[in-house]
Design a protein around this ligand. Sequence first.
Ligand code: XIL
Length: 376
Amino acid sequence: MKRSGENGRMSSRLTRRAVLAAIAGPATAAAAESGSLAAAARAGGRAFGSAFDREVLTDAAYGRLIGRECAWGTVENSLKFDWLRPRGPAADFAAADRVVEAGRALGLRLTGAALVWNDWVPPWVGRLSRAEIGALLDRHVTEVVSRYRGRVAEWHVVNEPFYPPQNRPGGFRQGAWFDALGEAHIERAFRRAAAADPQARLVLNEAFCEQDDALGRAIRPRLLALVDRLLAAGAPLHAVGFQAHLKPHLPYDDAGFADYVGQVAARGVAVQITELDVDDSHLPDDVPSRDAIVAQRCGDFLRAVMAVPALDRVSVWHLSDRYSWYAHAPWYATAVRAHGGRPDRPVRSHLYDAALGAKPAREAVARALLTRGPRR
Ligand code: XIL
């Protein structure tokens, strides 16, 4: 069934109780409320995680919340190329080291995001020759993965390989790595990462696939074909991640997306939801209405993907509105304004509010994690 923003407007009239009733029956409600999200996911043979970064070095309450709710943590930024090497090839690992240690101290298993991403490549890379860019990719992957071997269990090796609107050959995302090395940079990064840490779990992470619009429909077959090519070449690809920054104002089809995720998994890789949250920029200012829509969207989406046996992880892109990336994304405030929202209104995209209070979306996610499908 196709849905769109029309559905969002209907949802805005639902009460919190109605949303919860729609999300799960009373049998799972008690379990959802008593346990952590990690426990709810574990009950279904899955794992739950969140992005985190240097805020946990100073915000002990947020650190405790992440430690309580999550089994896994994804380092949001500190391990990214532009954060490690903003001005030249020599990396500064000081902040990343502290964040990795903080995550371990919270009891999290760690994912590093993202070794290779054609967005956010610092300008100095663009001044290098092709051969130098190839050598830089090798050096970056090898240095970062071997430094954290045994501490970071999993890497998003390549992030967002496709962005067809840029009209590059194959629909690949434009950027220094692709422009210099073509598609081959992807397999090269996976092989380098495996050589640096043979135990690490290596993930190909992609955006927009959950959208049933031109963008989502353009990326899905390209990603599937890339997975096929990588596996046929014997590349060490272990899992495919789907970001799932849900956009309730765009068309979506959760059952169709779950089918697609199943097709990817049928290639013999694990599948993950890696960055779940809801872009609330088009939703009404009214907080209870917005929270109800966000909760319903998360719950509907997760329940559908939980039916895929190979799904082994659900991670959110921060647990709380306090550290929402939307608040700093340049396009977000513009989108709020363009859809009639007050520019100073708080972001309500995540499971906990800025005061670290649980919102309806937290319960919706807990229930969805419990209403699992079969686990492979
Ligand atoms: C975002 C971070 O959350 C921001 O703090 C940073 O400024 C830019 O990157 N998809 C991704 C993530 O793959 O790496 C992005 O993270 C959010 C969208």
